[in-house]
Design a protein around this ligand. Structure first.
Ligand code: ZN
Length: 223
């Protein structure tokens, strides 16, 4: 059958009668599938496949050339926002070198490198997270003078262990309040813990001694 070329309607009729199932809407949908935005969470092969599928679908009706497919791919990868450098390198290649095969080789490599860097970063974040308390700022108490940073726990009071906060405490007393911090103790423990190994010298004064102190009389005068 000869292709009538006069009007768009004629073309539609031609498609309907010649190919039965494929009409202009189908071809339009096919173009949409070809241009569907690829997501960096998808395998890069998904993008190649959607381009090839679109080419195959349109092959006998409204041919999509390799050059068109390559342009669609570059537009898609640009919009993904994760291939800035790889696209720059791609643009340095000559027009003739920018084939579908070359595109796949180029961006498969770039995607491998992108995923490798992502994995390294994630491991880095995980390591940092395990070393530092999550609620660092909320629980930090900076000691005047020394600048020593201490951390508050509702059950155990103030100490230097950054992993021991109200939130992280492993031996919580009944009624423990995980939101308590140095700024707002929420009625919690008011002890400042000594450093490990520091000998206790302080002794809580007896009632009589305290009264004497309040009267500014040294204990020696009592006898
Ligand atoms: Zn505690």
């Amino acid at each position: 059958m000869d292709m009538p070329r006069s009007t768009a309607l004629a073309i539609l009729t031609h498609l309907d009668t010649t190919y039965g199932k494929v009409n202009a809407d189908d071809l339009e949908d096919n173009m949409k599938r070809m241009h569907a935005q690829w997501s960096p969470t998808q395998p890069i092969e998904d993008l190649y496949n959607q381009l090839k599928d679109a080419q195959k679908f349109a092959a006998d009706h409204d041919t999509i050339s390799d050059k068109m497919a390559v342009r669609a791919a570059i537009k898609n990868l640009t919009n993904s926002g994760v291939f800035t450098d790889a696209i720059k390198d791609w643009r340095k290649m000559s027009d003739d070198a920018q084939t579908m095969d070359a595109l796949q080789t180029h961006f498969t490599e770039a995607d491998k490198e992108r995923r490798r860097i992502l994995t390294t970063k994630e491991v880095g974040y995980a390591n940092k997270a395990s070393m530092k308390p999550v609620n660092e700022t909320a629980n930090k108490v900076i000691m005047h003078g020394s600048g020593t940073v201490m951390y508050y726990c509702w059950t155990h009071g103030l100490g230097t262990n950054s992993n021991h906060t109200s939130k992280d405490c492993t031996k919580k007393a009944p009624g423990h309040k995980t939101e308590a911090n140095g700024d707002d103790m929420l009625g919690g423990c008011c002890i400042i813990r000594r450093k490990a190994g520091e000998r206790a010298v302080f002794r809580r004064p007896q009632r009589q001694e305290r009264e004497n102190e309040e009267n500014q009389q040294p204990p020696a005068n009592r006898t």
